[in-house]
Write a protein that binds this ligand. Structure first.
Ligand SMILES: Nc1nc2c(c(=O)[nH]1)N[C@H]1C(S)=C(S)[C@@H](COP(=O)(O)O)O[C@H]1N2
Ligand SMILES: [Mo]
Length: 309
């Protein structure tokens, strides 16, 4: 990966499209292998491969996924991001990767994506506010990127920062949160294969309101951990400050693993409302680690989940 910012190539120029199969896929097709490049959600767009980590649950509609959002940089209403995020400039885009890494630098998104196999990951998504969706993300494991830049000795956490650009993010002109939005993971959480950087959904580039052009998705944690529009990734040896945790540490823990047995101080987390399920659908039970216990429970062996909430 090149570190220097480059102006000749836009990241969208190198995002693989279904109509331009990669060499590897061409050769596989020639060899008569089953071609799995088309997203299962059926839309022509970015070439993705399916993932064993995808849920078989029905995805929410594109209208739900792109019309009911939390992205406080554009306002606190669920329809504010769809209304106001459209004018955010997402190309060119670079991510500064630093701290305890072997190859720190400013990486153009085009370089981050070059050679990367994009997967479709259909994940349950559970907001701390007790609503949920199923989202067909397009993305790749964060571990792959961290391996490419080289995790440095002594790194124990990964910190993330959202773009700070009040001229395009009107919410940042108000002290709703301590901008820029910051989040963090323990290194083992960041390296877990479920943790992805997502660059799209429904087989298309990421809509601005969902965190274009690149955002984190950690499906076993409450949605606010899945930070949007990332411009900075820093590996650290100490637990990094996180926006919601700093705003109200009693209500929003550093871990924020989905847990039906640990209530939010102001509401129960035992059940959730599935967006789009219909007026009479009723609430559904919330699952420990949002149903991903098999993949992630061992990360927390020996920890008291009520204490480390
Ligand atoms: N930068 C930033 N990232 C963010 C937020 C935000 O306000 N700003 N909201 C979080 C919350 S609370 C949720 S539930 C999810 C929502 O993601 P979605 O709109 O794609 O469903 O984004 C998370 N990431
Ligand atoms: Mo959320």
């Amino acid at each position: 990966m090149r570190r220097s910012p480059r102006t000749d190539l836009r990241w969208s120029d190198v995002t693989p499209r279904a109509s331009f199969l990669s060499r590897r896929q061409m050769m596989a097709a020639t060899a008569g292998a089953v071609l799995s490049a088309m997203p299962r959600t059926g839309q022509a767009g970015i070439a993705t491969v399916p993932s064993d980590y995808s849920t078989g649950e029905a995805p929410n509609s594109l209208a739900d996924v792109t019309g009911y959002n939390n992205f406080y940089e554009f306002g606190t209403g669920k329809d504010d991001p769809a209304a106001y995020a459209g004018s955010l400039t997402t190309d060119p885009w670079a991510v500064e990767i630093g701290g305890l890494v072997e190859r720190p630098g400013s990486y153009d998104l085009a370089d981050i994506l070059s050679g990367v196999t994009l997967e479709e990951r259909i994940y349950r998504f559970r907001c701390v506010e007790a609503w949920s969706m199923v989202v067909p993300w397009v993305g790749f494991p964060l571990s792959g990127l961290l391996d490419r830049v080289g995790v440095g000795a002594g790194a124990r956490y990964v910190a993330f920062e959202t773009l700070y650009r009040p001229s395009e993010m009107p919410g940042q002109n108000h002290a709703i949160l301590d901008w820029p939005y910051r989040e963090g993971l323990r290194l083992d959480e960041a390296m877990n294969p479920l943790t992805i950087l997502a660059t799209g959904l429904y087989g298309e580039e990421m809509p601005n309101q969902n965190g274009a052009p690149i955002r984190l998705v950690v499906p076993w944690k409450y949605g606010f951990k899945s930070i949007k529009s990332i411009v900075k990734i820093t590996l650290t040896d100490t637990q990094p400050p996180c926006t919601w945790n700093q705003t109200n540490p009693r209500e929003y823990g550093f871990y924020s693993n989905v847990n039906p047995a640990v209530d939010h101080p102001r509401w129960s987390q035992a059940s959730e409302r599935r967006i789009g399920a219909g007026l009479f659908a009723g609430r559904q039970e919330t699952l420990l680690f949002n149903g991903y216990a098999e993949e992630v429970a061992e990360l927390y062996a020996g920890q008291d989940l009520a204490q480390d909430f």
